[in-house]
Design a protein around this ligand. Sequence first.
Ligand SMILES: Nc1ncnc2c1ncn2[C@@H]1O[C@H](COP(=O)(O)OP(=O)(O)OP(=O)(O)O)[C@@H](O)[C@H]1O
Ligand SMILES: [Mg+2]
Length: 136
Amino acid sequence: MEFQSCVKIINEWDIVAARQLGRKISKEIGFGTVDQARITTAISELARNIFLYAGTGEICIEKMAEAGKDGLKIVAKDKGPGIKDVRQVMQDGYTTSGGLGAGLPGVKRLMDTFDLVSSVEEGAQGTIITTHKWVR
Ligand SMILES: Nc1ncnc2c1ncn2[C@@H]1O[C@H](COP(=O)(O)OP(=O)(O)OP(=O)(O)O)[C@@H](O)[C@H]1O
Ligand SMILES: [Mg+2]
């Protein structure tokens, strides 16, 4: 781990703070403006989902350097109700809140990797989404 910075998501302003942190770090890593926009959009969607569905959680952003490749890792975690059917929530248009249902499929498209682990089991509830992007 080279560098990691986290923002707790408790209220709507924290979504903005997470977005700004993502912008700053992606700039430092050397992402172009289009990729910076992709990354900040992905962070906003993940932070907004935490706020809406879990209430509170955390977004951590990490600089990555692997075999000469520079990149960024985002981890969004919460101890909310969890997601019962991961395949279903990854479908475009699936929403339980009257949203567009575009958030999670969008994050997957905007980033290079996407991994969702979630549990609805009593006592172990919550969701962890890990996603990476590499500078090209
Ligand atoms: N962290 C989370 N915890 C529990 N459920 C979640 C979480 N994130 C997403 N979900 C569930 O997955 C569904 C799909 O999420 P997604 O972000 O793709 O769409 P949306 O939030 O409904 O709409 P949009 O993001 O387009 O405004 C949500 O409606 C919600 O039911
Ligand atoms: Mg959403």
